[in-house]
Ligand binder design. Structure first.
Ligand SMILES: [Zn+2]
Length: 230
């Protein structure tokens, strides 16, 4: 059986770290530390986690020099070479620099990812405000289970939507996905339209917040309604 591990070489680490610094990601390594690493060594990724939509955080082992965290896009993570431990031959098979480079989407120039950097605190606040406004209830089916409730943006932030409560709605994960994909539409007057009847909640219209000021904005609902099937 082969044992697979993602790893960094020093030159890869310099590139990935520079990208993290350039893209202002939350975790990068000290440049002088990276520069001081041994050119011949490889540095395995001990574990990785998805911590935002398109970003992965990895923990890299520098052996006796400790461990470090580095953030990168999913695309960049997928470009990392894989070390294969060949049980039969009892040897570690690594990729060559040209094999690694062949996967990169550029030749001899900086590969710049577009960073959609979301301020985490702002996101937490948005969720808190939405859940509070909707009294921890999915606006479509009314389920009250905070673990599966999402503060959904009506108009995506990337498409110009704001982080105000009026651009949000509290939905359970099911209804959030349905809403995102146009399987469930909410008219500006709050009426629900579904592609599949089984997606209907118990009401014809959404459950509004108690406070009228926190109602989802008709403008945003209209924008979403019109763009649903993009
Ligand atoms: Zn629901």
């Amino acid at each position: 059986m082969a044992n697979l591990t993602r790893y960094f070489t020093k030159w890869l680490l310099i590139e990935y770290n520079n990208a993290a610094i350039r893209e202002k990601r939350n975790q990068s390594l000290r440049e002088d530390f990276v520069e001081g690493l041994n050119d011949e060594h490889i540095f395995p990724v001990e574990f990785h986690m998805f911590h935002s939509k398109n970003e992965i955080r990895v923990m890299i082992s520098f052996f006796e020099q400790g461990k470090g965290l580095l953030d990168m896009t999913l695309e960049r993570f997928d470009m990392l070479p894989t070390a294969i431990w060949d049980e039969k031959e009892q040897e570690l098979r690594l990729e060559t620099e040209s094999e690694i480079r062949a996967r990169f989407p550029y030749k001899n120039r900086e590969w710049t990812d577009t960073v959609v950097k979301k301020p985490y605190r702002k996101q937490d606040k948005f969720r808190k405000d939405i859940l509070k406004a909707y009294e921890n209830r999915c606006a479509v089916c009314g389920i009250q289970e905070t673990k599966i409730l999402r503060a959904a943006h009506i108009v995506d932030v990337k498409k110009g939507g704001s982080d105000e409560v009026q651009n949000g709605i509290c939905l359970c994960t099911n209804h959030e996905i349905a809403f995102d994909n146009g399987l469930l539409k909410i008219r500006p007057d709050g009426m629900i339209e579904v592609v599949n009847q089984e997606l209907t909640g118990i009401y014809d219209s959404i459950i509004y917040p108690k406070n009228k000021d926190l109602y989802p904005s008709e403008k945003y609902l209209q924008m979403k309604y019109d763009n649903n099937f993009e």
